[in-house]
Design a protein around this ligand. Structure first.
Ligand code: PEP
Length: 251
């Protein structure tokens, strides 16, 4: 497929983490909403929780989508500090990141908890963006495929048990690449994405799987990822905070 044709259908997820305050998130969108729309690409902005509602008002009727960075594995109840998938739906989220390596690391999230989060999201018709990826040590020991298998197995199980058709994004993010400037080589990535594609194609449900790459993506290195088949889009951290950098990646 020609790069420019492929680019049109690609998904670009901006994970702002806790890097922008509420005011900064609002100002970013107010300033760049017209330029974001003009890019004519599938862009998803994922600010922190307090910014979701104001951004949903600003993005209303636009082609730019809203995503959260996490949700509760529970439906509702006495879970202080957690945010339900239902609230995310009510606030206008169409996507939600779950299982980011920073949450797996700092919040000790397990694969089964992440699968529960994905279930809650699917019940609310929110598209889960499920992050998976190996550590530097696992990469060096050539354990990446085993790690991905272990991370995805519980997720596949719950997704495949859903009766209705859904869309699920799987974001391959090698931990050693996040925020480091180090990116995997093309051949290595091709093997990973061929494997992920094979696993998803073998599933029998009506689920549509979209495969993303994340880890130090910039406007300077994006071209090399287009050589890898089966990458349907990108999850971008650092380079999504600055509009000009995001624009360079997306366009
Ligand atoms: C991320 O944290 O999901 C990420 C991809 O970050 P960065 O682009 O900064 O490596």
């Amino acid at each position: 497929m020609k790069n420019n044709t492929r680019n049109k259908s690609m998904l670009f997820v901006a994970n702002w983490k806790m890097q922008k305050t509420l005011d900064q998130s609002i100002q970013f969108v107010q300033k760049h909403i017209d330029a974001l729309k003009a890019l004519n690409r599938q862009i998803i902005l994922c600010p922190s929780f307090p910014a979701l509602y104001p951004l949903s008002q600003l993005l209303e009727n636009s082609s730019v989508f809203l995503g959260a960075q996490d949700c509760s594995p529970h439906e509702l109840g006495a879970y202080t500090g957690q945010v339900s998938a239902q609230s995310l739906a009510e606030v206008g989220c169409t996507y939600c990141i779950v299982g980011h390596s920073e949450r797996r690391n700092y919040n000790k999230e397990s694969n089964s908890e992440i699968a529960q989060k994905a279930t809650q999201l699917l019940h609310q018709n929110i598209i889960p963006i499920i992050c998976v990826g190996e550590s530097q040590q696992e990469f060096e020991k050539k354990q990446s495929i085993d790690v991905l298998h272990n991370q995805l197995e519980p997720v596949f199980k719950v997704i495949e048990s859903q009766s209705s058709a859904s869309t699920v994004c799987i974001a391959y993010e090698p931990i050693w690449s996040i925020g480091t400037g180090n990116v995997p080589d093309t051949q290595y990535l091709q093997n990973i994405f061929d494997t992920l594609k094979e696993w998803c194609s073998a599933k029998t449900s009506k689920t549509k799987y979209t495969l993303l790459y994340g880890g130090s993506v910039t406007g300077e290195n994006i071209q090399q990822f287009y050589q890898v088949e089966n990458i349907d889009g990108f999850l971008v951290g650092g380079s999504s905070l600055d509009f000009q950098k995001l624009k360079k990646i997306v366009s």
